[in-house]
Design a protein around this ligand. Structure first.
Ligand SMILES: Nc1nc2c(c(=O)[nH]1)N(C=O)[C@@H](CNc1ccc(C(=O)N[C@@H](CCC(=O)O)C(=O)O)cc1)CN2
Ligand SMILES: Nc1ncnc2c1ncn2[C@@H]1O[C@H](COP(=O)(O)OP(=O)(O)OP(=O)(O)O)[C@@H](O)[C@H]1O
Length: 234
């Protein structure tokens, strides 16, 4: 069952020190890395499973509808990424897509070119350690285009309720998504960030090139940053 809850309810922001607006990107990266690392691995795994369950329920309920209402459709594809370090892990959502025949893509980093490409993957067994030790598709894996109807997962260290995002500073996702901004703004490509609720802060410092995400996928529920709606599987 999927419940709609008011956003003043249980999905909380972890706030921050007073004078939050003066906290730099570097300070926020350090603080959020420490907050995420402090969650014990077993607890991270349990929260990641809850996150995936909320996301699956939201997908099934049509919360990730793309295209104009009332004909909004469920996503046709998932652009996923393999979690590394202490990141929230949305692998449960990717496995659910594979089991249903929904195409899944994952990124490969070309560090020299400072670029990232998406490739089709049919299962986790097709991934291998790449740049930064992150599991990636093999070089010969077919290139995947970001097409309308793709629910695109975007990683990050900190997020705010308006969809502001702070990554590791590589700019990989901003550059990958830059050519697709019109489709993102039109709601044809939906961006969703898997994150622990502890990674949500009052305000993430953003710059014009930063792409906002539409949804936050947390262990406490799904937040629609556009409408302020929150969804919980129960
Ligand atoms: N799981 C996952 N996969 C992903 C990303 C991600 O954030 N998470 N990326 C999202 O972009 C890309 C990889 N981006 C990365 C960017 C920087 C660093 C990194 O180690 N940065 C250094 C600091 C570098 C500096 O400041 O000069 C660090 O964090 O110590 C790692 C990955 C592609 N795949
Ligand atoms: N569309 C773009 N075109 C070219 N350079 C860009 C673009 N977007 C971001 N960059 C560059 O990438 C660098 C890192 O940007 P930023 O700090 O926003 O990364 P991030 O979003 O934290 O990282 P990531 O996307 O890898 O998680 C900056 O130097 C920025 O100028």
């Amino acid at each position: 069952m999927l419940q709609y809850v008011e956003r003043t309810g249980r999905l909380s922001s972890s706030g921050g020190p007073r004078g939050m607006s003066t906290e730099s990107k570097r300070e926020l990266r350090e603080r959020m890395t420490a907050a995420r690392d402090a969650i014990p691995p077993k607890e991270r795994a349990a929260r990641s499973e809850r996150l995936a369950r909320h996301a699956i329920a939201a997908w099934e309920a049509g919360a990730f509808a793309w295209g104009a209402p009332p004909d909004g459709e469920r996503p046709r594809r998932l652009a996923w990424y393999a979690a590394f370090r202490s990141e929230a892990d949305a692998a449960g959502l990717a496995r659910w897509c594979w089991a249903r025949g929904i195409p899944v893509a994952a990124p490969r980093v070309d560090a020299a070119a400072k670029a990232m490409t998406l490739h089709d993957v049919a299962g986790e067994q097709e991934l291998m350690p790449g740049t930064y030790g992150i599991l990636e598709p093999a070089p010969h894996a077919p290139l995947a285009a970001l097409t309308p109807g793709t629910l695109t997962l975007v990683p990050g260290l900190a997020f705010d309720a308006r969809g502001g995002r702070l990554g590791y500073g590589g700019g990989y996702y901003d550059r990958l998504l830059a050519p697709h901004r019109a489709a993102i703004d039109a709601g044809a490509i939906l961006l969703a960030a898997p994150a622990f609720a502890a990674q949500i802060v009052d305000v993430v410092p953003t710059e014009p090139h930063d792409v906002r995400v539409r949804f936050l996928l947390t262990e406490e529920g799904i937040i629609d940053c556009k409408t302020g709606g929150a969804y919980q599987w129960s």
